[in-house]
Design a protein around this ligand. Structure first.
Ligand code: MSP
Length: 646
């Protein structure tokens, strides 16, 4: 093969909307793998990017009143910064399919495959799933809907160029059968084999009647099918056709990491494109499972997206990365809940890891004057040194098999063993007996050394935690190589520097979506902000918990009428997302009833109902007033009724 670069890719995402936690899931996983291989001293190429052409983007841009390029530019810039930047995605290249370097490659391979008879012109009738950008023949539909996602499909009939996939059916089946590692996990491999055995049809790879795509060379009526265009990104980014030397060192890819719904594109269509081009096939296509919300895939077109940035803002980047990488065995589906994220952070990070660090540094402080004591092998029980070696081996095996969560489980187990070791060795008891000094020194050394090793092992997964651990045990240099995760590297005499707890516990009494940082910890933002920013207000401080008792929600006024016999009150019907409520409000002097119809308001949804002029009022509207002026409060942009204000 002669290649020397370890090359990993993510799918290139559609910039049709902001990305959500599902996209972050794949990208953080690829990032962890890339960081791990760099740590092993390999030259890594980690590529992600955006798939910018296609009908869906064209339609979405038009709906937003923008030309497609301007539309995608905005979203792509957000994806790069802040989204991937804040998640610490260490990509080496971000490829956009609208870039010249890519357009040239796609047109060149189209031309070449046409010239050699692998692409021909014909006509197409079939069904198109717009959200998935995929074509289906009648027989593949399930209940008349897209077999992948179950959404409605639209009929298309047009002249089209076809890619002669049928010609390669045998070869691709043989390749899959002969290379068990090619499609992983194995269940996806079996699915693909049966898909191929059912017969491969030639693939329609061009469309007419739309302009947002790469033109077919020499036939500007047609643009190239977005998947044919998108898959080629993997060789564009490796330098195909433009930087032959770099391409030779980089291709084939070691891993294409993708969600399970697009394994077919990557393990059938893409390899056939490569075969037709005479190029080597990627080593592995790994189809991981989905993050689900309830029992549905998190996805923008299903309208239940979870925003990674707001999670980072609430919990910090490392808890979010830890959760994504640890919670679900890589490959399986898993249900996303914020409660589980909070639990993981509290148990694994705040409790197990955080306590190991704070107990160790506290004991080095008390029993060794804050300096890492010497280690004398003849007095050592070998427990932690052995466990650390086992852990390193487990991490390596897991990461080589793309079992990312397995690697983290192994590290967490080492942390657990070290915590148990404190209970077993009881350093405080050893400290009372001067004859036990060498033993005490070794115990303290082994604990601090285990933490240093943990900091090395965690560094592919977490961004800030490894250096925060190292600061406290007095190691100034950042982690540079996996080989440092070997027992004995910590220098005796290093002065520790106790610091803040690694992860403040997120208070369990708080609903996670309300923020939930531990408000009793000294560094908790709410407490210190209040203490530093000014005198206590005349009304006294309230706690967040007090504020959270008030259930504020967005509603829409559906009807409004005056209440007979008063010149102050209006009787409103407000829809709160679940039902219509009657609300009697003293705003008549300021609003004509008809001016309120359709208006969005904020209501106190858990105010005890009260009778006003014989009418039961089920809530209260928020309004601001000053010197005779009054204005109802509402969201600046329309929100779904029932949205919580917090
Ligand atoms: N543009 C195509 C990919 C072309 S690759 C040559 C595409 N884009 S996408 O924006 O829809 O992204 C799909 C990918 O995002 C999935 O394959 C997966 O990697 C990730 N995920 C999106 N939602 C996800 C979940 N709910 N759970 C896990 N991964 C998810 O398809």
């Amino acid at each position: 093969m002669g290649r020397s670069v370890w090359y990993i890719t993510t799918p290139i995402y559609y910039p049709s909307d902001n990305l959500h936690i599902g996209h972050a899931y794949t990208t953080v996983a690829a990032d962890a793998l890339a960081r791990y291989h760099r740590l092993r001293g390999e030259e890594v190429r980690f590529v992600t990017g955006t798939d910018e052409h296609g009908q869906k983007i064209q339609k979405t841009a038009a709906a937003a009143g923008l030309d497609p390029q301007t539309f995608v530019d905005g979203i792509v810039s957000f994806i790069q910064d802040p989204l991937w930047k804040r998640l610490g995605i260490s990509y080496d290249d971000f490829i956009r399919t609208t870039e010249d370097r890519h357009v040239r490659v796609v047109q060149a391979i189209f031309q070449r495959l046409y010239d050699q008879g692998d692409i021909y012109k014909g006509s197409y009738t079939g069904w198109y799933c717009l959200p998935d950008e995929s074509f289906w023949t009648e027989s593949k539909l399930v209940d008349g809907k897209c077999p992948d996602c179950g959404r409605p499909v639209e009929r298309v009939a047009q002249a089209s160029y076809f890619f002669r996939m049928s010609r390669y059916q045998e070869r691709i089946a043989e390749h899959i059968a002969a290379h068990p590692e090619f499609i992983q996990p194995p269940s996806r491999r079996n699915e693909m084999l049966s898909f191929i055995q059912a017969g491969l049809e030639d693939l329609s790879i061009s469309r007419t009647g739309m302009s947002w795509g790469i033109p077919v060379p020499g036939d500007s009526e047609h643009v190239i099918y977005v998947w044919f265009d998108a898959l080629a990104n993997y060789i564009t980014a490796a330098g195909y056709g433009q930087e032959p030397q770099r391409f030779a060192r980089t291709w084939p890819a070691n891993v294409h990491l993708v969600g399970k719904e697009i394994v077919r594109f990557h393990s059938v269509i893409w390899p056939i494109m490569l075969m037709a081009l005479g190029l080597e096939l990627p080593e592995r296509v790994f189809g991981h499972g989905w993050l689900l919300l309830g029992d549905r895939k998190i996805g923008k077109s299903l309208g239940n997206a979870v925003d990674p940035i707001s999670l980072i803002e609430r919990y910090g980047v490392d808890p979010v990365r830890y959760y994504l990488l640890r919670e679900v065995p890589f490959g399986a589906d898993g249900t996303y809940t914020e409660e589980a994220l909070v639990l993981r952070t509290n148990v694994d990070l705040a409790n197990d890891l955080g306590n190991l660090l704070s107990r160790t540094t506290a004991m080095v402080g008390r029993f060794a004057a804050g300096v890492i004591p010497p280690f004398r092998p003849e007095h050592d029980d070998g427990v932690l040194a052995k466990e650390a070696a086992v852990c390193l081996a487990q991490v390596q095996t897991a990461m080589d098999g793309l079992e990312i969560s397995g690697a983290i489980v192994a590290i967490h187990r080492l942390v657990g063993t070290a915590n148990k070791y404190i209970e077993e060795t009881q350093p405080w008891a050893l400290a009372r007996d001067p004859a036990q000094r060498p033993r005490l020194d070794n115990v303290l050394y082994a604990l601090a050394e285990t933490l240093r090793i943990v900091s090395v092992l965690l560094s592919p997964f977490l961004l800030e935690t490894p250096s925060r651990i190292r600061e406290q045990i007095g190691v100034a240099q950042p982690v540079a190589a996996l080989a440092e995760a070997v027992f004995g590297g910590l220098a005796a005499g290093t002065r520790i520097r106790r610091g803040d707890p690694l992860f403040p516990r997120i208070e369990s009494g708080h609903r996670p979506e309300d923020g939930g940082r531990d408000r009793t910890a000294p560094q908790a933002p709410a407490l210190s902000a209040g203490a530093q920013t000014g005198p206590e207000p005349a009304s006294g401080w309230i706690d967040l918990a007090d504020f959270q008792k008030i259930d504020l929600r967005v509603g829409t006024v559906r009807s409004a009428e005056t209440v007979p016999g008063t010149d102050r009150l209006l009787k409103l019907t407000v829809y709160d997302g679940e039902r219509e409520r009657t609300i009697v409000s003293g705003i008549r002097a300021h609003y004509q009833p008809e001016a309120l119809l359709g208006r969005q308001v904020v209501l106190v949804a858990n105010l005890r109902p009260a009778k006003l002029r014989g009418i039961v009022s089920e809530g209260m509207l928020l309004a601001g007033s000053s010197e005779g002026l009054l204005s109802l409060v509402g969201p600046a942009d329309r929100l779904p009724e029932g949205s919580r204000i917090k």
